[in-house]
Each structure stands twice: as structure tokens, then as C-alpha cells.
Design a protein around this ligand. Sequence first.
Ligand code: PLP
Length: 683
Amino acid sequence: MTPQDQLNELSKNLWWSWNPDALTLFTRLNRHAFQSSRNNPLMALKYAKRDALEDPYVIEQIDSVYRKFRRYMDEPGGQEAGPRVSYFCMEYGLHESMPLYSGGLGILAGDHVKAASDVGLPFTAVGLFIREGYFRQYFDEQGRQHDDYPAIDVTNHAVELVTDENGRAIVVTVHSGDEPIHLRAFRLQVGKSTLYLLDSDFSENPYWIRFLTRRLYQGDRITRLQQEIILGIGGLRILKALGVETDVYHMNEGHCAFLSLELLNDALASGMNLERASKHVREQCVFTTHTPVPAGHDRFAPEQFNWAMSTMRRELGMDERTMLSFGRVNADDDAEEFTMTILGLKLARAANGVSKLNGEVARRQWHHLYSDRSVDEVPISHITNGIHLPTWASPASRTFLRVNLGSWTNDREKQSTWDRIDEVSDANLWEYRRKLRQNLIDFVNRQVQHQTLPQKSLLNPRALTIGFARRFATYKRAPLLFSDVDRVADLFSKYERNIQVIYAGKAHPKDEGGQAFIQQIYELSQRAEFKGRLIFLENYNMEIGRMLVSGCDVWLNNPRRPYEASGTSGQKIALHGGLNLSILDGWWPEGYDGSNGWAIGHEASHEIKDPEIQDAEDAEFLYRTLESEVLPLFNKRGEDGLPKEWISMIRSSIRSLTYQFSAHRMILDYVNDMYREPVGEVV
Ligand SMILES: *Cc1c(COP(=O)(O)O)cnc(C)c1O
């Protein structure tokens, strides 16, 4: 095999996205082409410099990385005999060069696919080929957000059209009303897992249908409904056309739940009556719900649903009411909308939320569906989200972890691996943190030169660095820290060059509240009190995320309770020895132990308070924690110049959180608690 062949094969498997040796290799081929394409290996390869390809050292590197890749692909991960899983999700966050995601749901799905590959589970994922992504964020002079939609060029990405043996695209058809929607698929290889991305954007479809798979979470209700028909029904039809065999279908969030209706269609066609067919579908499906936010659950007006699903309804041989009943609490209520989450819950044998608290919240949220049971008996359990550690560990931290913890990637699920952090000296640990912070600041200084939002950086590599980056949905309350501007200004003046805050995040193009939050932060960043030390980074993506979670000392998370289902960015910060300062919502009540970060506000609760009261209480709590704990502790130095107590919190954060909140633990939980055949009777 020539080095060129090896490179070609490497570039076509997203294994590279969590293997820095591979990424370094592609950087060597053409640094500029790589970096200016959001770190896309195919662009580095396309514009590879001849002298690089002829350099014996590079050739040796290619061979070494290639052999590592083959070893990964050939070595068993332990779950090869596990159930064959087909996993459906609307979005996937796999790498910044493939913007098929908007936020936490997609990132989680991407990490799930990678973890499934690591353990060797027979795993096929299905999504949409959202070639214009969510959107690219830029700004005007007033700091107002604008959106634009650069499209992925298939020839420059590791996607491959799915064809038959004659090289012709495999096409399946679904219907919106009577109108056919033809779908083809692109294949994306993620380690040992395969992801099929459905695409309607080709010449067999009229313009308005071609548009359907281009953008994520945009357009009107009908567009959403059609996208979900494509994902659920089209996705299953593609798998059938390819002969992919499945033991369990995982519906990850409600968007894809129509897949259960297509399974029902098959069961009815095989001659079962409706009751048996429904039971048969339930035996094959599991469902995960990801949000307590009502707007996060797709609901469709009965007329819209009846219109769009008319062909499917004829195929099922059902009347409108019967079909609607699968997505309704009350089958007899003609006004009730069709809810995708209800469909998922009704046609799955098992369901889960994504943290312990979210499980409780979801049981309350959907209790009305199970009125003959108590809240505790609502059949929704939980599996807490985790992160794919190799994806999120920054290059500097990989070196540090390898030197100090040994083979941490192989033993990442063992607590004893992370206990070894106690053997690292205070001085080493602090130097490591300084280096990560410096890397972040270098990155920020480069970023601000290229962004449309004018930001001046006076960041100090020794200052306490607070990070806040996530979608700017209003319930996440991005500007809570600035609810009393004078009080924060006092803090900034008291600690002078020793405190700094970095923000990033996109607000949905229709979310004016979220956009106003960004503008507010931008305006604050222009004030003398904060200038250069309060920075907004534009166009939040996985690369910016990776840099922030490695370099920030404190990760601020202050959603309005109990709307955070899990959150995973705080888990990424713990891996790097950062400390969480968070509301006890989502995963944090399970992670927080009093020594590994801070809790804002009172203990976890599923009660919903008057938002104004909660905001004021939480802001007060946040200020007090910053004033009396976070800042004093960071600045309390011993004779050796080291903040002993802070360093002890760093150890605690790494030791107690990393092994638990990893996608490795998560995928095994899914295998054992959800994917395997349930013992006993199906509910
Ligand atoms: C980790 C991550 C998320 C999800 O984290 P949250 O804590 O839910 O915000 C979203 N976007 C990016 C780019 C991420 O890296």
C-alpha cells in the first residue's frame, strides 16, 4: 500500500476526529488548507504539498498512524456479539468540519456513535444530510446576530453516496400528502460505526422538496413535519433497501419517532392485527427524551398531520383518528395535537431521560399519559449522558494524561486510572493548567482578529478565566452574571487583571430574546470596566468548545431549573481539571460532591418557581459564591506561589467526575439497560 493509499483510507473515516496523531499528520500536508477548512483532512490531502509527501519522516508517520487505525478497526471492543442497533437522530456533532448539529443533542449523538464504535457494538446511525447546517453566525456593527448558510460540498468531505452494485444511487421514496419525496443517502464512516445521512437535494425532486434536507431546525411546521417523515420513514426504508439487520431501534428524541409507524406498517403488512403489530413494534424500539422544555417537543396540528401523513395512513389502512391516537394523550380529544414524544413513548418498550434528575422531571412531565399509575411508576428511567473522552481531550492534556496516568484511553472507565492524579505534584498540575489557559488565550487572540464582532483581547494567562458557551436559549440565562452590572464591575475592579470571562454561543435565528442576550454581552464588552477581559467569540462550534473547555478555570452554567436535561460541556471541563460553577440541574447534582466545584442555589428540584424570583435568588447566590469562594480561593497563594486549596479542587474534579461521565460508561449502560432484550414481560 502506498502512503497515498493509506492517507486516502485514513481521510475517509472520522476516526481521525478523535486521534490527534492523525490530525497532526494532515496539518503537516498543508497547514493552511487544513486550518482554513475548519480542520478538514480532505482539504489538507487535496492540497497536500509535494515536499511533505516526499518527506521520509512524514511517510513514516503516515504508516504509523495508518497501522494504529487498522489496529483500532481490527481489534475487538468487547460488544461485537451485542444487539444490532439502529440509532436515529436529527443531528450529529462529530467534528467542526461537518456542521450537522446545533447543540447538546447533536454532540451527544456524535459521542454516542463514537463510543459504540470503541466497544465494537454493531451500530448503524441514521440522520439527515443537513448540508447548510444550523447556520453560520456573524454580526453587524450594532452587535446584532445574522445568519448565513454556507453549504457542505460533498466532494470535499468524507461522505460517500450509497449506490447499488451498478454504481447507481439507491433511492427510496416517502410521501408528504400525495407528493413523493425521493431520498438518497450518503454514508459516513465513524470508526466501526456507519452513519447514513438522508438527502432530498437532487434532481429527481422539485425545488421545494430539494430544500427540505438543507437546514436544521429552520422553516415552518410543515417543513419540520416533512423532515421528520424523511428521517423516520425514509431512514427505515433506506436501511431496508440496504439490508441492514436490526435487533433494536433507538429513537433518540422525538424527531425520528415516525420510524415506529413504518415498523407498524411492516408488521400490519405481514398479517398481524393492530394490537399484535403494536406490541411487535414496541419490542423492537427504545426511546430517549432529552428536554423538559415544552418547545423542544414537536407537536403538529391534526389537520397538518392528517394532510402530510395521508399516504402513510392509506398504507397502514387506518382512519385518521386511530392514527392520531398514537401521538395523543387522549385518543378521543379531536383538538389535541399529535406529539412526537408521545408516539415515541407509546411505541417503545423502554424509555429514558438523560440524567437522574431529568428522569424524575420526565416522569412528572409525562405522568398524564399513564394516569392509572403513580408518578414513580411512569416507565421512564434514566441514563446520564457522558462525553467521548478521546474527542474532547485537548492535545496538551493527552500528553499530560499519558505521562501521568498511563494508558488512560484504554482504562478510562476505571476510577483507579484517575486516582493517579493525586501522585502529580502541585507545581506540575498548576503548570499544566497554566499551559492550557495560555493555549486558550493564544487561540482567542487569533480568533478575534477574524471575527465580524469587534472584540479586543487583553486576556491574561495568569487570571481566573471563566467560560460560558452554549446555545443562547433564554432559559440558559447567559447574562445572569451581569444582572447587577455594578456588582460585577466592582469584582472586576477589585481583582483588576485577575478575572476574565469568555462567552460563545448561537441564538436561534427566530429567538429574539436569545439574540438580545448576545447583544447585551457585546455592549458590556465595550465598556471600559470590562474591555479586553469580557470577550464574546463568534460562531460557536466544536473547535471553540474544545478550546474553551480545556483552558477555562471555571465553567459557568446557570440555566433556569429544571430545564437543563443533562448538559455535557461541564463534563468536558472536568476532564481538563477545570471547575464547574453550576446550578444543580441536569447532570451536576450527580457529579457535585462539595469538593469538586460549586453549586449555585439550592438543591436539585423539579419544582418550577416564579422565574423572576428564581433569577434574583440565583444571581445573588452566584455573586456570593464568586466573591467569597471562587476568587479568594484562586488568589490564595502559599509561599511557593501555588493556590493549594484550588489545586486540591482540581484533583477532586478530575478524580471524581471523569470516569463516571464518559460516553464509554454511557454506551455500556445503554447496552445493558436498554438495548438488550428485556427480561420478563413487555409493558
Ligand atoms: C459540549 C457541547 C455542547 C453541549 O453542551 P451543553 O453543556 O449542553 O451546552 C454544545 N455545543 C458544543 C459545541 C459543545 O462542544
